[in-house]
Write a protein that binds this ligand. Structure first.
Ligand code: ADP
Ligand code: GN1
Ligand code: MG
Length: 371
């Protein structure tokens, strides 16, 4: 038996699935964790599925703190959802503990694993197939933020320090360029210059925070469309997943990361850049839905800065992909050569498109200001 298979068997036997396991297969399109779908077959009921994940050791240095955050947040969300008459088993994740009662299982190789019930009758989309679906995801992420608005932020650990610190992301890129350990910088000159030309942009949201113009809130920080499960019948945003980065952060970043990923009609790793274009209509649809879900909780200053959230999350993500390419693809899963370089190029194409449409983006959000 191969090492990886032996480890998976060890982990499967560490959890009580309540029925015989009939298979475990790699699942989903996340870039960070190793995700498996576990199928079980109860004697008298249909197959029951679970999501088993090995948390990324490259991304998360303290799985204990990470799981403390997730258990705190999922318990809280579950209670809030029940209070509002919702179904917590479909609308919130639930952490299932291993047999040893710990929040997660550490395998003999040191890997940290967690288990969730599979949220059935939902679809995880990789692109916004209709404006309605994109709007539904926006309402769900806006609502998520509102549901957590009274969560005790001080109890949350910073699972990835400087996660959306765009200045720090640029500094890390500069260090990777200077080290150029794989000799890849020469082929990325255009992309490197693109980032350097936007150095002052990297401070816009951070300055707003430092100057007290926008508040720190409990935010999701990774609001890609494939981090919300949509109801398969109604298309409503059912369950927000991928809670690894729920931390104090900026509302505009949660808005912005969704725009980065969803307000276009191409994949994040599309190599034909003529196909990568910001869809301003989708930006407008998402803005309306996100603010509706947030139920008036955003301030006028936050609303005014929503286009900046979109631009900065896109620029920052491109910087991160480029840095990872230069250091040897240590962080994001890749499935082909130059995958991270391809991804960075789509992000910079979108940034350029946002800049070209800047006035329109600002006009769109202006109407939602209250004052
Ligand atoms: P990553 O951080 O690697 O993106 P995610 O937590 O987002 O990991 O999980 C990867 C994918 O697995 C998701 O995009 C989704 O398709 C699927 N998934 C995760 N959790 C669940 C769940 N509880 N029920 C159904 N599907 C899930
Ligand atoms: C990662 O975990 P996943 O695949 O949903 C990353 C995000 C990036 C995104 C780019 C913890 O998201 O920050 O924006 O890839 N998550 C982490 O697709 O780094
Ligand atoms: Mg994910």
């Amino acid at each position: 038996m191969a090492e990886a298979e032996r480890t998976l068997q060890e982990v499967l036997s560490a959890f009580d699935f309540g029925a015989p396991v009939v298979g475990a297969v790699r699942y989903g399109e996340g870039h960070i964790n190793d995700t498996f779908c576990v199928h079980t077959q109860p004697a008298d009921r249909p197959c029951r599925r679970f999501i088993l994940q090995r948390m990324s050791a490259a991304a998360f240095k303290r799985p204990d703190q990470l799981m403390e955050n997730i258990i705190g947040v999922t318990d809280y969300l579950g209670r809030e959802i029940e209070k509002h008459g919702g179904d917590r088993s479909r609308e919130a994740l639930e952490v299932l503990r291993p047999k040893n009662g710990e929040p997660f299982y550490t395998d003999s190789q040191g890997g940290a694993w967690r288990l969730y019930p599979f949220v059935e009758d939902t679809i995880c989309y990789q692109s916004a197939q209709t404006p309605e679906l994109f709007a539904a995801s926006g309402r769900a992420f806006g609502r998520f933020q509102r549901l957590l608005q009274d969560y005790p932020a001080g109890t949350l650990h910073e699972t990835i320090p400087h996660f959306h610190d765009t200045e720090d992301r640029l500094a890390k890129l500069k260090a990777a360029v200077a080290a150029d350990k794989l000799g890849r910088a020469a082929e990325c000159q255009k992309e490197i210059e693109f980032c350097l030309a936007r150095e002052s942009d990297c401070s816009v949201a951070l300055d707003a925070l430092r100057q007290g113009r926008v508040p720190l809130r409990v935010t999701h920080n990774d609001t890609k469309l494939n981090n919300v499960l949509m109801d398969k019948d109604t298309g409503a945003g059912m369950c927000i997943i991928d809670l690894d980065t729920v931390m104090p952060g900026l509302a505009i970043n949660d808005f912005g990361d969704s725009i980065r990923f969803g307000a276009n009609h191409s994949a994040e790793d599309e190599t034909d850049l003529t196909k990568v274009n910001l869809d301003v209509e989708l930006f407008a649809v998402y803005a309306a839905a996100f603010l509706e879900g947030a139920e008036g909780s955003l301030t006028d200053e936050e609303i005014a800065l929503l286009p900046w959230g979109a631009k900065l999350m896109t620029l920052e993500c491109g910087i991160r992909f480029l840095t990872d390419y230069l250091v040897g693809d240590e962080y994001f899963h890749i499935s082909r050569e130059k995958h991270n370089l391809d991804r960075c190029r789509t992000q910079f194409k979108l940034v350029a498109d946002m800049e070209a449409n800047w006035q329109r983006l600002q006009d769109i959000v202006e109407q939602y200001k209250k004052g």
